[in-house]
Design a protein around this ligand. Structure first.
Ligand SMILES: [Zn+2]
Ligand SMILES: [Zn+2]
Length: 345
């Protein structure tokens, strides 16, 4: 079958004869429709894989969707039949480790991932547990379905922020995860201020419901945020940019007693003055991937229209053009894309 396979750092290849998988017990065989390429895929391609286990080569694609075409032994899950269109919940937790038993499966010590530890969605076929296939309502398209992954990340971040109706939040970074987070916050009843240096992303943020947008190239959000929030600053700031210093900005800009959720990934250290941290009683929370149930909620939010992922789909590319028209386009410094979907539909 056709597949886009990462063999190691800087070694991504299109393979037209990659072995077609067979479903094991509890798994289904999926005819994959589309997978989206995200910045994490670009990181793995440029800097090497993480969580690759004992196998050197891996089909990438952790934001994936497909159609069930074969049920493995014992793959009896309500709603999953031959022909069911599904989004692939990409994190496969063990259910038995210390963290899973506490109900915090996102911290599972034995977690496996579609597109990281296991072969993913950038192929014609894939196998995955039936229990981790989320049936798609009729009004969620195969194109929208892979965006359930970044939406599930946004759901987890918003839940970690312990938001309440009527609060004001700021989102730093208006890439795909940031724009999904903005919409999930809005669905939860918050007013949202969006911060990003790219005008195109701020325009999209306004269209998707931000009450204000701030461009840090033009204004100082640290000065303007209190003016927009009764003088104190946002109740919640969710940082999705992962740029140098943006996590620290979030900690400085949130109101006294407010919450900061860090979703973005950065290689850089930043210094926070813990000597003064006690006075403001701020809470800083890390948020990674999603928790149990987050994927289903993401599909529900897309189906209801509360989260609109259509403007985040920048191009559709067939598998055999995925490296040239997908990965290489994502690398360009002037990239004007959110998600490129790769697949044969
Ligand atoms: Zn991703
Ligand atoms: Zn576990």
């Amino acid at each position: 079958m056709q597949a886009i396979v990462l063999h190691g750092k800087n070694d991504l290849r299109f393979d037209s004869e990659y072995p077609k998988p067979t479903p094991k017990a509890g798994e289904v065989l999926l005819k994959l429709t589309y997978s989206s390429i995200c910045q994490t895929d670009i990181e793995m391609w440029q800097h090497g894989m993480f969580g690759s286990g004992d196998r050197p080569a891996r089909v990438l694609g952790h934001e994936a969707a497909g159609i069930v075409i074969e049920l493995g032994e014992g793959a009896n899950v309500a709603g999953i039949e031959i022909g069911t269109r599904v989004a692939v919940e990409n994190v496969r937790t063990c259910g038995t480790c210390f963290f899973c038993r506490k109900g915090t499966s996102q911290l599972c010590e034995n977690g496996r991932n579609f597109g990281f530890s296991d072969d993913g969605g950038l192929a014609e076929f894939g196998v995955w547990p039936a229990a981790l296939c989320i049936p798609l309502p009729d009004n969620v398209t195969n194109e929208e379905a892979p965006l359930a992954e970044p939406t599930s990340v946004a759901v987890h971040a918003v839940e970690n922020a312990k938001v309440t109706v009527g609060e004001t939040a700021a989102v730093i970074g208006c890439g795909v995860v940031g724009l999904c987070t903005l919409q999930v916050l809005k669905a939860a009843g918050l007013n949202v201020i969006a911060i990003d240096p790219r005008e195109q992303s701020l325009k999209l943020a306004r269209e998707l419901g931000a009450i204000e947008t701030l461009n840090p190239n033009d204004v100082d959000p640290g000065e303007l945020l209190p003016a927009l929030t009764n003088g104190y600053g946002p109740d919640v700031i969710i940082e999705t940019a992962g740029a140098p210093g943006t996590g620290l900005d979030a900690a400085n800009w949130v109101r006294r007693g407010g919450r900061v959720v860090i979703v973005g990934f950065s290689h850089e250290d930043a210094t926070l003055n813990f000597g003064r941290a006690h006075m403001a009683e701020k809470t800083i929370i890390g948020s990674s991937a999603t928790s149990t149930g987050g994927y289903q909620k993401a599909v529900n939010l897309i189906a209801s229209g509360a989260v609109n992922v259509k403007p985040l789909i920048s191009a559709l590319v067939p598998l055999d053009r995925g490296i040239e028209d997908g990965f290489e386009r994502m690398l360009k410094p002037t990239k004007d894309v959110y998600r490129i979907l790769v697949g044969n539909g």
